[in-house]
Design a protein around this ligand. Structure first.
Ligand code: PL4
Length: 407
């Protein structure tokens, strides 16, 4: 008889964003006259700029003629796109070779997939709170123990608190795979070069691997803050970087991302280049490449004009962040983030739990946010608002909070 992967039974509750969508739907059904304003899920809303539409259209047109038609492509990704990404890093003074870049269909699927090249006994460490995919996917893979008192056994939690500016120090205990998300989802905090160096030093000393999720790198405007782990000397030896076109170019629904596996990265019993080869082996076996149309769009994103147009949209979202943050501060709430990341991290008033505040905000103001506890036990007592949205909706949501939230 077939059996199931019983690790699924260890998962605590449903996936955070599915739960929010479910509760929002329920509220809308129960309150048909209410206009629900969604600042819960970090989902892009602004139309793609013309240079990128042109790139995507070119991808479609190429399929219309024998001379330019393409079928299956290189599983590692279109060489032109990998070269353009190598240039993207080069322009930042970072050397990443085309061979070290793997094109994906987004960061979220890569985060669980990458685990396949690591042993099932690896101990993982995560920032707490953080994007829930790192934890949930490792639970499913069997790398954790059971869930008790809001924590999984065998996970090393690195608390992100107001006291440490929401950027933790490396753990005191050993960890094999350390997930880092900077700019951080949900706190909006960005690790400095010095803070990341501490993790690189730890990883080299402990022979660990950093899995660096840079999905929000393009939202950093402070030039002193690192946008890639490879800005830190030594990171090539110990870090994998996962990034995405989703937030930088509005590709949340289009789907495109990339992963860097440096040739220098070594783990137990591997030579230089072997981990990169292992991932290539995995991809050629289990991935058929990202869509050729979308990769053409990715090339347009990385063009000079594409980058200029994308920056304008990022500035627009960050202006939203400023509007939300200013209004909440005016109400007397304690607010973090929103400066180099599109998320606003709010301390819930009167020590309310995160889900209590979710219900209160939804019922009183019809605004949907994300309960901090959904990102880990360290998120309890906090709440996240997303700055992705049309300006008029953001303004309406802010006005409703100012007028209707009883604190
Ligand atoms: C809702 C730190 C959002 N259904 O689009 P991808 O797959 O390239 O990137 C996803 C991703 C990767 N890394 C980080 C992220 O925050 C995200 C997207 N997170 C959010 O509101 O926290 C969208 C969530 C989506 C999901 O489950 O990812």
């Amino acid at each position: 008889m077939a059996t199931i992967n019983t690790n699924f039974h260890k998962l605590a509750g449903s996936y955070l964003f599915a739960e929010i969508a479910k509760r929002t739907k329920q509220f809308a059904e129960n309150n048909p006259s209410a206009t629900v304003m969604r600042l819960g899920i970090g989902n892009t809303t602004e139309p793609l700029p013309s240079s990128i539409i042109k790139g995507l259209s070119l991808g479609v047109q190429k399929l219309a003629s024998v001379a330019t038609y393409s079928g299956y492509g290189d599983e590692q990704g279109d060489a032109r796109l990998r070269l353009a990404l190598a240039d993207f890093y080069k322009n930042r003074g970072i050397t990443v070779l085309e061979q070290e870049i793997f094109i994906s269909d987004g960061a979220k699927p890569e985060l669980p997939n990458i685990q396949q090249i690591f042993g099932s006994n690896n101990v993982i460490a995560v920032q707490d709170p953080v994007y829930p995919v790192y934890v949930d996917s490792n639970v499913i893979a069997g790398r954790t123990g059971v869930y008790t008192n809001g924590r999984y056994k065998k996970i090393v939690y690195m608390p992100c608190t107001q006291k440490n500016g929401f950027v933790p120090m490396p753990p005191k205990e050993h960890a094999d795979l350390i997930y880092l998300c900077s700019p951080n989802n949900p706190t909006g905090a960005v690790a400095t070069k010095k803070q990341l160096k501490a993790f690189v030093d730890f990883a080299i000393k402990h022979k660990s691997v950093l899995i660096f999720d840079a999905a929000y790198s393009e939202f950093i405007s402070d030039k002193t803050l690192p946008r890639s782990i490879y800005e830190i000397p030594g990171a090539q030896k110990c870090a994998i970087e996962i990034n995405s076109f989703s937030k930088m170019a509005g590709f949340t629904g289009v789907r495109l991302g990339w992963t860097v596996i440096p040739l220098e990265l070594v783990i137990e019993k591997t030579e230089k280049g072997e981990v990169n080869k292992l991932w290539n082996r995995r991809q050629t076996t289990m991935f058929n490449g990202a869509s050729n149309i979308v990769q053409e769009g990715g090339l347009a994103v990385l063009s000079k004009e594409g980058q200029r147009e994308c920056k304008k949209i990022i500035t627009y979202y960050m202006e939203n962040a400023k509007i939300i943050k200013k209004a909440l501060e005016k109400l007397g709430l304690t607010v973090f983030g929103g400066e180099n990341a599109p998320y606003i991290w709010i301390k819930t008033p009167k020590n309310m739990s995160s889900w209590e505040f979710f219900d209160k905000l939804l019922n009183e103001t019809h605004v949907v946010g994300t309960p901090g506890s959904g990102f880990g036990p360290g998120g309890e007592g906090y709440f996240r608002l997303s700055a992705f949205g049309h300006r008029e909706n953001i303004e309406k949501a802010v006005q409703s909070i100012q007028k209707n939230l009883k604190i």
